[in-house]
Design a protein around this ligand. Structure first.
Ligand code: DGL
Length: 279
């Protein structure tokens, strides 16, 4: 089996996996959550890079020809270095282009690509982890593709812990969600589209909808990442042909499989079998 690897620091990537499976159900998937070391959002560049490199290497070792970093923090802090420095080595010491056996893709670029068609005011907000906001990755990617768009980012350090601790429906979630949305809209009242730049945030959607001013479009990533992957696979037939099509999903976590399985139900609304793995 040669599944598509989906990597996240924890559970958040399940929202991306869900979107991808809706559009591309025929492929095999191997999901890896590094729950033992999550959250990544407040960790340094070097640590996020090293953890992500280890995970990618593990997924390659398990037969994945293609790995999606279904985590904005990992995409922001590790993707470029892995693509430029590690992939040539992982692909046997030759240039990636010469040996396109294994590939790694992130989730920031697909979101940046689509945003141009989702804003009228050309003022866009990004809500994400501290690491993603500090990296400036969304600003850079969006400005490269759509120089007329003004991007304002706000870090939401409490949002991932709220989701991970099953507090997404609590009054505490109301407080922290409202606080960051108000902060964002104060910084740029012209914003008419807000990217949820963290894969955990769709789990806070009821609270986000409650506190977001009406008329502001909320943009979760799953659907757009899925469309981008589908497009990528149709443009890279050699890579698509290397990914097996058995319509299976296998879930791996670096923490407790029992806890992962319980939490995964919040994201997937189904019971899944989970295995422990060390990376
Ligand atoms: N899911 C990660 C992201 O999209 C954030 C979770 C974490 O902080 O580990 O940025």
């Amino acid at each position: 089996m040669r599944p598509i690897g989906i990597f996240d620091s924890g559970y958040g990537g399940l929202t991306i996996l869900h979107g991808i499976r809706q559009l591309l159900p025929e492929y095999d998937y191997l999901y890896l959550g590094d729950n033992a070391r999550a959250p990544y959002g407040s960790r340094s560049f070097d640590v996020v890079y090293e953890f992500t490199r280890q995970a990618v290497s593990r997924l390659f070792g398990m037969g994945c020809p293609l790995v999606i970093l279904a985590c904005n923090t990992a995409s922001a802090k590790a993707l470029r270095t892995i693509q430029q420095h590690d992939l040539p080595l992982m692909n046997g010491g030759q240039a990636q282009e010469a040996t396109p056996t294994r590939r790694v893709l992130g989730i920031i670029r697909p979101t940046a690509e689509v945003i141009g068609s989702l804003t009228q005011s050309r003022h866009v907000g990004v809500l994400a982890t501290e690491g993603t906001i500090k990296s400036g990755s969304y600003n850079m990617e969006i400005c490269k593709l759509h120089p007329d768009i003004t991007v304002t980012g706000v870090a939401c350090p409490m949002w991932v812990p709220l989701v991970e601790n099953n507090e997404a429906d609590s009054p505490g979630a109301d407080y922290f969600v409202k606080k960051r949305i108000d902060q964002l809209m104060r910084q740029d009242p012209l914003i008419d589209a807000v990217i949820l730049g963290c894969t955990h945030y769709p789990l806070l959607m009821p609270k986000i909808l409650k506190h977001m001013p009406s008329g502001v479009r909320i943009i979760p990533q799953g659907e757009y990442v899925a469309e981008s992957l589908s497009d990528y696979l149709s443009r890279h037939a050699d890579i698509a042909a290397r990914c097996s099509k058995g319509a299976s999903v296998r879930y791996l976590t670096t923490e407790s499989p029992t806890r992962f399985s319980q939490q995964a139900q919040l994201f997937l609304h189904e019971q899944v079998h989970v295995e422990n793995i060390s990376i």
